[in-house]
Design a protein around this ligand. Sequence first.
Ligand SMILES: Cc1cc2nc3c(=O)[nH]c(=O)nc-3n(C[C@H](O)[C@H](O)[C@H](O)COP(=O)(O)O)c2cc1C
Length: 382
Amino acid sequence: MRAQLARDFERFGRSLPRDFAAHVHETYRIDLSAHYLGELLPHPVGKGSGQLSLNTKQLEEDADAGLAFVILKTVIAQDEAGAQTMAAWAIHETKMKVEQRRAASGAGGWTVTWKGRGWDRSFDEYLSLVRAGRDLARAGRLLAVPSVKYHLPRLHEPFRDGEYRFTTQALATAWGTGPLLVEKDFSPTLAGDALADDRVQILRWLREVPSQIRAHAPVRLALKLMNARFDDAFQVEMLQAASGADSLVVFNRLFDERLGVAYGGWDLSDRNLRVLDTPGLRPGLVMPELCGTGNIHSGRMIIEYARRGCSSVQLHTFLQLPLGEYPAVNGSRTQRALHKLIFDPADGLIAGLLELEDRGALERRSGELHFLDLVPDAYRPR
Ligand SMILES: Cc1cc2nc3c(=O)[nH]c(=O)nc-3n(C[C@H](O)[C@H](O)[C@H](O)COP(=O)(O)O)c2cc1C
């Protein structure tokens, strides 16, 4: 199998088949199935919300590459009259810098430095993108899920129901049949804002936002949790307060107060994995489904998140590196990233799963290895 993997790595670096998960199943008897928001996926790798999911062309390219899912750029909620309490997040900024960032541990990694925030075009344009995503999902080509930043009140204030109602209903109409799948973003710039200075206020948002959204349409809801500017114990409190969601995305980027920007790299994955490792977080506690995010650049890192409860992962930075950083010689960035994540003979997902089998840490069932067997029971969907 190792020789086969070396051969696949070599040839798929020239051209990655869209249905590579079926090839993996047939050739290695490895079932890469995963899930996000209760939807079954052929493999665990999706794209996080951001500048790489702004238009139909990007979605088409990801569908062709065989990405499992995409979260659309975060739109700022509005009411019928177009008023947006969180308007400060709808700012326009095009310049992004992909750069190296050394972590506190000394490890070198990548981060994207960008001063922008949410969707900066009209809400109608966003609805068109949601419809384009819906069509791709119906054609079985790509699951594309909208993301929203809704109003978050101060402790003594009510939620702006008009913004929750108008935005949720408009998205549900654009989505069409069945429950609306939607992600609610608590972003790193929010973590850096004075609004997020108060722990009690943050915990109230996490407890109450799910019912605020659910009041207006049938939804399956993911909350993308921020890395708040408090200690690890508070991250755990946030996880527990957010139990009204169907899925939790853990955890969005860190906020550098000195530079006033969000960042990732090894500091982000070190913190996320450490928090997910917290004794007492499991076993026994039935959590909503988890989806990992943060510095995922190898199959081994996907395994680290999976063993801590994540049944899928969403990436941004690794889908944005200079082309020379990928071993593949052809294809879109998404194809090149998938090629490395899945097939790299040293630290790809297949290599990592085979190694776990060799060590006796993962067993075949009816002759097959299953990615989802990495995920502890406490995190399976309720
Ligand atoms: C330039 C940029 C823009 C982003 N915009 C959003 C956003 O609008 N909404 C959101 O939920 N996450 C956003 N993110 C966070 C990513 O989706 C992802 O969760 C995070 O960067 C961690 O993954 P990574 O280390 O693979 O980049 C953004 C990230 C970057 C780098």
